[in-house]
Design a protein around this ligand. Structure first.
Ligand SMILES: [Zn+2]
Length: 84
């Protein structure tokens, strides 16, 4: 039962994993849990489809992506500012 509880995620978690998956940040376990949830949940399925379409559109538009190093620098700067 514990394993089943772990496998079946709620809609909130599903939305989070869906976003993570779009940015290639989801683990294979998270992707699996997301796919499983999408099979049983109509609402999240349509959310996922919309999200995939959006990602495809963004990729097509060839939007500039912030380099990881810049992102890390910005993040630490923000954390410093919030901390003060
Ligand atoms: Zn759902």
């Amino acid at each position: 039962m514990k394993l089943l509880k772990k496998l079946f995620i709620d809609c909130e978690t599903s939305a989070l994993y869906c976003d993570k998956a779009q940015y290639n940040e989801a683990t294979s376990m998270e992707k699996f849990q997301l796919k499983l949830h999408i099979v049983i949940c109509k609402i999240c399925r349509s959310h996922s489809i919309k999200n995939t379409k959006l990602t495809k559109a963004c990729n097509k538009a060839n939007l500039a992506k912030m380099p990881e190093t810049d992102k890390a620098a910005l993040k630490s700067k923000l954390e410093k500012e919030i901390g003060n």
